[in-house]
Write a protein that binds this ligand. Structure first.
Ligand SMILES: [Zn+2]
Length: 344
């Protein structure tokens, strides 16, 4: 069994985005209840530390950080039509980014083989100067920068399987060859970015890979994209650490999107990424929660990921079901990013 660190805290329930808001405290309560019900000695649950303002500033401007901090003196502030704060939102967002860092640190320092940060608010839509899509600070991007700036890593791979495109993460690393951002997301869909043509810029050209998944696709198509696009690119990029932006809103029960992923699909994707980590970077892998708005789909998928993280990496991988529906998209992706990576 591999040793998995679960980084979480009931304090993540404190941020309140408004009545009937889908990104609600119950999400964390459901995930903690699920994690606590898993009784295996190799899984260790512990709390995060808050990120420091300096760490947040890896990815966000000082003015914007101050703007978010000021919301802690207000009952409510609306950044946009679906991104609202309460008095505890700033502190919770600092703890959320800190959770992603704590997970990366636990793995890098060998306290665990891999880790899952169960945090909120989510992060991948957060831009350097702007909150959006329920996100304030870009947790996973901040963890990636922490690995690079504080621990001198040269190449970090971010795999984002949240159903929405992580426009914030893409934006932050668009000109960077140090962080390869790989996203599979429903397209077209919120937030509107994430086309196959967005491949990075300047020194970062080729280091941004978007796989545009059509509504109604499910396990077979996601696993086909993992095998035919993620795997060859990851092998050539040779990451020193893999971070997962693990949203569960691609689950078939989710109310905010139209994909058909199941718990088995999330487990199978985890197994593939875990095997890549074992092959390429000594298994160093840390997942961080992003979206997921059906409590049953969220907790069930979270359990599937945690169970898979605990298994040895050399277990066999079953070939995906018939993912032929994804082939035309993969062909077009190959015409783009295939200029930078050998896709076989
Ligand atoms: Zn999402």
């Amino acid at each position: 069994m591999l040793k998995t660190a679960v980084i979480t805290d009931k304090a993540y329930c404190k941020h309140f985005a408004g009545r009937a808001h889908p990104e609600r405290p119950e999400r964390i309560a459901a995930m903690i209840e699920m994690a606590e019900s898993i009784r295996r000695p190799a899984m260790q649950m512990f709390g995060p530390r808050p990120a420091t303002p300096e760490e947040i500033a890896f990815c966000h401007s000082p003015d914007y950080i101050a703007t978010v901090e000021r919301t802690s003196t207000m009952n409510r502030f609306d950044f946009d039509s679906d991104t609202h704060t309460s008095r505890d939102s700033y502190a919770t967002a600092m703890l959320s980014a800190g959770g992603a860092i704590t997970a990366a640190e636990a793995v890098l320092d060998g306290a665990a083989d891999n880790a899952f940060a169960i945090v909120r608010p989510p992060g991948h839509h957060a831009l350097p100067n702007r909150a959006m899509g329920f996100c304030f600070f870009n947790n996973v991007a901040i963890a990636a920068e922490w690995l690079i700036r504080r621990r001198n890593l040269k190449r970090v791979l971010i795999v984002d399987w949240d159903v929405h495109h992580g426009n914030g993460t893409q934006d932050i690393f668009y000109e960077s060859p140090e962080v390869l951002y790989f996203s599979m997301h429903q397209y077209p869909h919120y937030p509107g970015t994430g086309s196959l043509h967005e491949m990075g810029y300047g020194a970062g050209l080729g280091f941004n890979v978007n796989a545009t998944m059509k509504a109604e696709w499910g396990d077979a198509e996601y696993l086909t994209v993992c095998d035919r696009l993620l795997e060859p690119i990851a092998r050539q990029f040779k990451p020193e650490f893999i971070l997962i932006s693990s949203g569960f809103d691609g689950h078939f029960r989710d109310p905010l999107a139209s994909m058909n992923l199941t718990e088995d699909g999330f487990a199978a994707m985890t197994r593939r990424v875990k095997r890549l980590a074992a092959e390429l970077c000594g298994g160093k892998l840390a997942a961080t929660l992003e979206g997921g708005y059906d409590l049953e789909g969220l907790a069930g998928s979270g359990r599937a990921v945690l169970d898979e993280l605990g298994r040895e990496a050399d277990e066999p991988i079953a070939p995906p079901l018939d993912g032929a529906r994804a082939m035309p998209m993969l062909e077009r992706a190959g015409q783009g990013v295939g200029r930078f990576w050998n896709l076989g």
